[in-house]
Design a protein around this ligand. Structure first.
Ligand code: KIV
Length: 277
């Protein structure tokens, strides 16, 4: 059967059938198209865009306009995947009204199906307001990169019972507020398992072990196109950067030596026409 457009009820069915939800980040047209061709269920246009595509040190500087611009390109590339736009830092923290307005831009301007935002129980009013406006919200707890400074760096969260129980509470509160899905980032397997068992909505792990209902990774990490660092939770399936670098070196050398372009890449006039030049 031809693959259908992915919907929220498709995620629910996958979980009830005991199969895992797949999600990958993408930030542009060609990548979104490849992710869609790989039949990955969901595409997250993550604010990781700031680091892996725009070259910032953290996810904090990326703006709403930049996120919308990239979401639009992803939408053009992915026809069937469920697209989630990541709300950037300060696009949902200032006021509930502003949060709803910005969430609306992801749907109305960029054609996303849902938005994602970071934070625990304190985000309940925001999640509720966006959901009440008819926009599906994916929550994100554990290591929340936008507030990594507050968490004293990029560290595994919920390592002791007290902080783990707080994560379980947050997950439940976010589900009750209307979130349709939740990302669990960098938390111990046992905590992710406990959260997954306590919720009806799907959990999507990144550095949260195998007991989640699905997994997400950052595309540039998976294909080896981000060379600054590789976090422990990443599995690199191919290392493209050295291959691309080698191709570019070869191109430069061939141009410098006059090898490229060859006759097979050139356009030649008929002899009688060229004689008139
Ligand atoms: O921005 C992002 O790519 C994310 C994932 C790491 C979940 O939030």
């Amino acid at each position: 059967m031809a693959r259908q457009k992915v919907t929220i009820s498709y995620f629910e069915k996958k979980v009830s059938d005991g199969s895992k939800i797949t999600m990958m980040t993408a930030y542009d047209y060609p990548t979104a198209s490849l992710v869609d061709q790989a039949e990955i269920d969901a595409i997250l246009v993550g604010d990781s865009l700031a680091m892996v595509v725009l070259g910032y040190e953290s996810t904090v500087p990326v703006t709403m306009d930049e996120m919308i611009h990239h979401c639009k390109a992803v939408r053009r590339g992915a026809k069937l995947g469920f697209i989630i736009g990541d709300m950037p830092f300060m696009s949902y923290q200032v006021s509930v009204e502003k949060a709803v307005e910005n969430a609306g831009r992801f749907i109305k301007e960029a054609g996303c199906e849902a938005v994602k935002l970071e934070g625990g129980s304190e985000m309940v009013p925001v999640v509720k307001a966006i959901t009440d406006a008819g926009i599906p919200v994916c929550a994100h707890i554990g290591l929340t990169p936008q507030t990594a400074t507050k968490l004293s760096g990029f560290k595994v969260q919920g390592k002791d019972a007290e902080s783990a129980n707080k994560l379980v509470r947050s997950a439940k509160d976010l589900e009750d507020a209307g979130a349709f899905m939740i990302v669990l980032e960098c938390i111990p397997d046992q905590v992710a398992s406990k959260i997954t068992d306590s919720l009806k909505i799907p959990t999507i792990g990144i550095g949260a072990g195998k007991y989640c209902d699905g997994q997400v990774l950052v595309y540039h990490d998976v294909v080896g196109l981000f060379e600054r660092f590789t976090p422990k939770m990443v599995k690199q399936y191919v290392n493209l950067a050295p291959m691309v670098r080698e191709a570019l070196i070869q191109y430069r050398e061939e141009v410098e030596k006059g090898i490229f372009p060859g006759p097979e890449h050139s356009f030649v006039m008929k002899a009688e026409e060229s004689a008139k030049l």
